[in-house]
Design a protein. Structure first.
Length: 267
């Protein structure tokens, strides 16, 4: 937890510049100086190394953009706030990190939230770490689908975020199908007798393959997704350690979907 310890310990020089640094500073109650609010133009003196910069940018953008998407239809309800809290609850956040996350979530709801600037800075910090961009979009999709429903305004905004981060429409559609299947399974499990197994249709969606995929294609998809979501690999690329719980949960869901298909097909 080195990056967070430095920030919460008062080492404000470890923060980023640009809109993400300004938002995190406000969430932590710091006075944002003129230099911090300037556009991001490389690292400031005493700034963190590349990994810590990515961790800070990822954490800040995740919750601010989440708040913006939740208010995509022009309003935000107590239910949506509770759903955001439930997503945060699936992360291994400390109490002060949760409090900061909710402040960032609230900043994302503001009418003048600089979405384009936030996404530009996030992409600048993440650079070519595609697996991190994918994880960021998956978290936003999970939050939007947390109630097993996606309204049109949220859908349009998620598509916009996806486009700005450089995803193809096909890749976005696959990630959305995965989020929809996972959310549907969770809600059906609550409404019916608790069950651990996915439906076969959900399992195919989670592995991003169709029901006509061959066994070899299913195995290949499973291995690819497990590699993309491997917690250690994501943390090495800059996923905040406190969010590793999400990556671990994702690998469990992928494995469970694969085992469901294996059981159904008998291979």
């Amino acid at each position: 937890m080195a990056w967070w310890g430095k920030i919460i310990g008062g080492a404000f020089g470890y923060m980023l510049g640009g809109p993400l640094g300004a938002m995190l500073g406000a969430a932590l109650g710091h006075n944002v100086d003129e230099g911090l609010a300037r556009p991001f133009e490389g690292r400031r003196p005493g700034a963190p190394d590349a990994r810590e910069s990515v961790q800070t940018a990822f954490y800040t953008a995740t919750f601010a953009v989440m708040g913006h998407i939740c208010k995509a239809d022009g309003r935000i309800t107590d239910r949506e706030i509770n759903l955001a809290r439930s997503v945060m609850g699936r992360m291994d956040l400390s109490p002060d990190q949760r409090e900061t996350a909710m402040h960032l979530f609230s900043e994302g709801k503001s009418h003048d939230f600089p979405l384009d600037a936030v996404l530009a800075q996030l992409r600048h910090e993440i650079r070519n770490r595609h697996s991190l961009k994918r994880m960021f979009l998956e978290i936003q999709l999970a939050a939007a689908w947390a109630d097993a429903h996606l309204n049109p305004a949220e859908h349009r905004l998620l598509l916009y975020v996806s486009d700005r981060l450089g995803f193809s429409r096909l890749e976005y559609q696959r990630l959305e199908a995965m989020a929809r299947a996972e959310a549907g399974h969770r809600w059906r499990s609550r409404a019916e007798a608790p069950r651990e197994e996915y439906s076969v249709d959900d399992a195919f969606a989670i592995l991003n393959v169709t029901a006509t995929a061959t066994n070899d294609e299913v195995k290949k998809a499973y291995r690819r997704l497990m590699s993309q979501h491997h917690p250690d690999k994501l943390v090495a690329k800059g996923l905040p350690e406190e969010m590793i719980k999400l990556a671990t949960q994702k690998t469990r869901e992928i494995r469970a979907a694969y085992e469901r298909i294996r059981e159904a097909r008998g291979f």
